[in-house]
Ligand binder design. Structure first.
Ligand code: ADP
Ligand code: MG
Length: 729
């Protein structure tokens, strides 16, 4: 008897909403309580230090050791007043999530005691042992140690009585070993390139920001049931489990009222986030049962990304308080929707203009069309790379799975904008531009309707959609570090804008008027990038055929998708934008392939164990009880009756025997395939072997286990079933 499973289900049922300590204050009062923001800087730093620090943050000016010491001292005083005892450099290695090593604020005082100390040196730089983090061979090649270095553009914060200092993580020879360093480089590059292009329209622009508004989807499961699912615990997803008879068919979960246990969790989570300065704003149920979403107000991309990583770790912590476990995996359950993390992305100037929002004057609208067209062009050129930037072993289960973006990148522009772009593309410049005196554009560009700002014209099946004043990159996975996508996108757009500037300047140098030069180049781009624009159903089979005809990247094997980082075009683009050197690209791809292999390897092991220790014994036991029954029937009934009475049992016995024999055979093949793959030296080839030979066997094994789940007596089935995991009351 699987009494354990029933006991756990019973326990899960008993879990009630955990009351949240009502905050006495309003969010505006506790917001940012644990963040060393400008207000705290002003309060805790000498005026001179404050001015220097603000100048450093805003204008990237250098920082003297003296100022660093002064900042560190102020930070320490602030942190200690809030009860902090330790500090850590908080960084983003190439694994999932973040890393930190805590040190107490203590130093010998020379008299046998200690003093609390925190110097500028410790604030600016630390040396975590880089060899324990994935580095793709950079360390070995260069015999370089790694160090973490302070990123003053993202404010320090306190979590669990520890002062956390956001840092980049690089090798001594300067190669990035993390996500933040290249993200900062990409943001810098797009800032420079976009600012120059803005100068065609407004010479007052000094800086262009890249904005990110992520939408984090996640699942919750009851902690008791989670504990009985080794697969969820070790791999983040269920490796087996038959679909529940009811799941999302009735579409009764999306935007439905939030169960009280979950609402309590959300409130608790939001309060914690807001104390850490994360501007979370939106919450709702998602499409699948037990699936939810949380989204903040968008922020500058580096900060937004830090906040997303912070959110993910806070979620895990808070969920425990509510007897939940949060699942950030892209596809925890087969047969229902997976989780993504839409990245709403835009560019905006320091003069307050959103560059993807249509303006009021012809000038503003030409600027808008310029940025939109260059983005389309960048996504077209680098569609394979953008796909690589969001691809992982876990996200692969979601992409192309009929409810999520397809494994092909295309852009949705909506009808209105498509009409305008088509008109531009097909018009003769002469008829489009009035050069008589005042500059202006015909074709309705001057009067792009405000309606465009309206989001009604939405296409949920597009991986990259224009949504009024921004683009929404929907293919990003729920567990991913958004930086990966943001690095590729911002770098590609920066590169494209640089090229645009070169081409337009060349025309102008020939004596062609600026507006006409811009218009001509845009026209050319719109023609060249036609293939990437697609407003139809991205989930359909026809699109796959059509996309291949259009020459878009249709590769579905993750290890091969990663090759897009190493094409001559990508290498040149990343070098020209100063985002990655070729050495870094190669090293990082090694890490990507290695991570892919390891994820599949772990899953294959867990699946093998579960099948051998949980499923086969139970199925055999049930089969044997059926055999027992047949024996007894034979003993008691006349032979001519036996066949009829025991018929059903006989059928089941045979079915179980068939499933078990296939499972046994496939598990053996899977182990063999692993052994062969493990011997391969090249990380790329090994990952390909895992993709081609190991992963498919896991699917086959699962199929037969799920069939057994339907046959075997419910009383003895050991793993909590989907219907038990998926419906929080
Ligand atoms: P959806 O309807 O797509 O689910 P949500 O309200 O859940 O929208 O999330 C939209 C996200 O987009 C929010 O984080 C929001 O702040 C962000 N956003 C809005 N405008 C912009 C913009 N111009 N640039 C970047 N992000 C934006
Ligand atoms: Mg949303």
């Amino acid at each position: 008897m699987s009494t354990l499973r029933f006991k756990l289900v019973e326990e899960a049922f008993k879990h009630k909403a955990v009351p949240v300590a009502e905050p006495v204050e309003r969010p505006s009062e506790f917001y940012g309580k644990y963040v060393f923001n400008r207000e705290k800087m002003f309060k805790y730093l000498p005026k001179k230090t404050y001015d220097k620090l603000v100048d450093l943050i805003d204008n990237n000016t250098p920082l003297s050791r003296e100022v660093a010491d002064s900042v560190a001292d102020g930070m320490k005083r602030w942190a200690m007043e809030l009860g902090a005892t330790h500090y850590t450099h908080w960084f983003q290695p190439l694994t999932d999530g973040t890393a930190e090593k805590h040190d107490a604020f203590i130093e010998h005082d020379g008299k046998g005691g200690v003093v609390e100390e925190f110097s500028g040196k410790l604030l600016i730089q630390q040396e975590p042992d880089a060899s324990s983090f994935p580095n793709g061979g950079i360390r070995n090649t260069f015999e370089a140690r790694g160090y973490s270095a302070w990123d003053p553009s993202s404010p320090a914060f306190i979590m669990d009585k520890t002062l956390c200092i956001p840092t980049i993580f690089i090798s001594y020879t300067g190669e990035a070993l993390d996500y933040k360093a290249p993200l900062l480089r990409a943001l810098n590059s797009v800032d420079k390139a976009a600012t120059e292009v803005c100068h065609y329209f407004d010479t007052n622009v000094k800086k262009v920001y890249s904005y990110l508004g992520w939408e984090q989807e996640y699942f919750l499961v009851d902690e008791s049931l989670y504990a009985a699912r080794a697969d969820l615990m070790l791999t983040g997803r269920t490796l087996m489990g038959h679909e529940s008879s009811k799941n999302q068919q009735l579409e009764d979960h999306y935007f439905a009222s939030i169960p009280s246990r979950v609402a309590a969790f959300m409130r608790d989570l939001e309060i914690e986030c807001q104390k850490l300065g994360i501007p979370v704003k939106t919450r709702h149920n998602e499409v699948a049962p037990n699936q939810f979403e949380i989204a903040p107000i968008f922020e500058e991309a580096n900060l937004a990304n830090d906040h997303n990583l912070l959110l993910m770790s806070i979620m895990e912590k808070i969920s425990r308080r509510h007897n939940f476990r949060v699942l950030l995996h892209e596809k925890p359950f087969k047969g229902i929707n997976g989780s993504g993390k839409h990245n709403n992305w835009s560019l905006g100037t320091d003069t307050g203009v959103l560059l993807f929002a249509p303006g009021k004057t012809p000038q503003e609208n030409l600027q808008f069309i310029t940025f939109v067209t260059n983005t389309i062009m960048a996504v077209h050129k680098f569609n394979g790379l953008l796909k690589a930037s969001i691809s992982s072993a876990t996200n692969a289960h979601r992409l192309g799975a009929n409810e999520a973006p397809p494994a092909i990148i295309s852009i949705f522009m909506g009808k209105q904008l498509t009409d305008i772009l088509n008109k531009i593309e097909n018009s003769a410049t002469e008829e489009a531009i009035l050069l008589d005196g005042k500059v202006g554009l015909k074709l309705g560009i001057a009067q792009i309707p405000e309606l465009l700002l309206d989001n009604t014209d939405r296409n949920r099946t597009s991986p990259f959609a224009f949504t009024g004043n921004r683009f929404e990159f929907r293919a990003v996975g729920s567990s991913a570090n958004c930086a990966s996508a943001m690095i590729a996108l911002n770098a590609a757009v920066a590169d494209q804008l640089r090229q645009f500037k070169t081409e337009v300047d060349a025309e102008i140098a020939k004596g062609i008027a600026k507006e006409k030069a811009i218009f001509d180049v845009l026209k050319k781009y719109l023609k060249a990038s036609e293939a990437i624009r697609f407003d139809g159903n991205g989930y359909s089979e026809e699109w796959k055929e059509e996309a291949a005809k259009r020459g878009l990247d249709c590769e579905t094997s993750v290890p091969l998708i990663y090759d897009a980082y190493l094409t001559p075009e990508s290498i040149k683009m990343f070098a020209d934008t100063n985002v990655f050197t070729e050495v870094e690209l190669h090293a990082r791809n090694e890490v990507k392939w290695e991570m892919y292999t390891k994820k599949i390897q772990i899953e294959a092991r867990v699946l093998g164990d579960l099948v051998m220790n949980h499923i086969i014994p139970v199925a055999t036991r049930y089969q044997s009880s059926l055999l027992d029954n047949v024996y007894k029937v034979k003993a008691l009934f006349p032979t001519d009756k036996v066949e009829k009475i025991a018929a059903q049992d006989m059928v089941l016995i045979e079915k179980i025997a068939n499933h078990l024999s296939v499972i046994n055979e496939k598990v053996t093949s899977m182990v063999d395939a692993r052994k062969v793959a493990n011997k391969i030296e090249s990380e790329r080839e090994k990952a390909i072997a895992y993709h081609d030979t190991v992963a498919p066997l896991m699917d086959e094994i699962r199929y037969h286990v799920d069939k057994l789940e339907l046959i075997v007596d419910n009383e003895i089935w050991p793993l909590p079933k989907y219907r038990e995991l998926l419906f929080i009351r």
